[in-house]
Design a protein around this ligand. Structure first.
Ligand code: AMP
Ligand code: MG
Length: 346
């Protein structure tokens, strides 16, 4: 299959381009679309053929459910029912935006979308292209990240092309994604409401709004069966092994020097660049360590670029702080398959 890339304005998408993409969706085909988090692989949520094609194109196991994307509240009626009271508070505060809300599933919704669960994940994206495509298609869209299963998520059309070129007919290219990590997922069918994935909306903001919430970040290895979606460890992973360091910068600098310089690439922060240059350590910066928004935006692109470098090991220090830094720590943990080294004085 020939994969076409259509360049589209991120703020004022040309109706003719959206029309062309929506036509494919209506025929049951798949389109990669930009969102404010990462690029999504979109298909008609109400068409079983399209739903099945998404799992096939990504190589995604059928046990990993999909997020349904809506452009307006009316579309919720096809997807969810018995909507819990917290929903309107969350949606009026964070939608459109990077918050996915788990709701009781509509009985007629395809069980493949929910991997057999009686709950469904729903989000209203904050991106003009995604919103226009949903509207023009006239149906909610299932849209997991447009990468091959377990690879770093795509934040540019080129990333999508690298993973899915030849497997899908069309990529809408609106440039790099603004947030760069996936949505936060909150399950409001649980008591208290439970954060299942850190992402674009900081968990602290959810606590401020809802009061009592819990964060459940259980993670298991690939050899075990996942008891619930999103718990699998290997995810977002570069092909080159990655080690994550946790601890003070002085210890980090000493640890970095123990790695062979000819085969190690340091994913560092702007503040480390002088040290790296002085010690001739190959490096790429994720941004200032004070600026987790920029680090999140750069993360997956840096992981992908680093993977193309001629090196046998990647090392990175965990970013500090709250907000979206928690999402970055989660993605790095999974990208490293849990290889976290805690630095200490001893
Ligand atoms: P992605 O589409 O790559 O952003 O991944 C979507 C993630 O949403 C999955 O891996 C799950 O963790 C989560 N998810 C989707 N549906 C549900 C659900 N019904 N219950 C819990 N988590 C879900
Ligand atoms: Mg994904």
């Amino acid at each position: 299959m020939n994969t076409r890339i259509l360049t589209v304005s991120a703020t004022h998408p040309a109706p003719a381009l959206i029309h062309e993409a929506a036509h494919l969706i209506q025929r049951g085909e798949l389109v990669a679309m930009p969102t404010e988090t990462v690029y999504g692989l979109a298909g008609d949520a109400l068409n079983p053929t399209a739903v099945q094609a998404i799992f096939a194109a990504k190589g995604r196991p059928s046990s990993d459910p999909l997020i349904v994307h809506v452009a307006d509240f009316d579309q919720l009626h096809f997807i969810a029912r018995d909507i819990p009271a917290q929903f309107s508070l969350l949606a009026s505060t964070f939608w459109p935006g990077p918050l996915t809300i788990i709701l009781p599933k509509h009985p007629l919704l395809d069980t493949r979308i929910t991997a057999g669960r009686d709950t469904v994940a729903v989000r209203m994206p904050d991106h003009a292209v995604a919103r226009a495509l949903i509207q023009q298609s006239g149906c909610p869209l299932v849209a997991p990240s447009a990468n091959l299963f377990s690879r770093p998520s795509p934040t540019t059309a080129a990333h999508v092309m690298d993973d899915l070129g030849g497997r899908i007919p069309l990529i809408l290219d609106a440039g790099a994604c603004r947030i760069g990590v996936e949505s936060t997922i909150i399950d409001i069918t649980a008591h208290p409401p439970t954060v299942l994935r850190h992402g674009g909306v900081p968990a602290e903001q959810l606590t401020t709004l809802l009061g009592d919430i819990v964060v459940r970040q259980r993670i298991i290895g690939t050899h075990e069966a996942a008891p619930a979606p999103g718990m699998l460890l290997k995810h977002y992973a570069p092909r080159t092994p990655l080690i994550v360091y946790r601890g003070a910068t002085t210890h980090l600098y000493r640890a970095i020097l123990t790695h062979p310089q000819d085969s190690t690439l340091w994913l560092c922060y702007d503040e480390d660049v002088v040290y790296a240059q002085t010690h001739h350590i190959p490096h790429m910066s994720l941004g200032s360590h004070h600026d987790s928004t920029t680090i999140a935006r750069n993360l997956f692109a840096v992981l992908r670029t680093a993977d193309h470098a001629d090196t046998s090991l990647l090392v990175v220090a965990e970013p500090q702080g709250d907000g979206v830094a928690a999402a970055v720590r989660d993605r790095l943990f999974r990208a490293s398959e849990g290889r976290v080294v805690v630095l200490s004085d001893t």
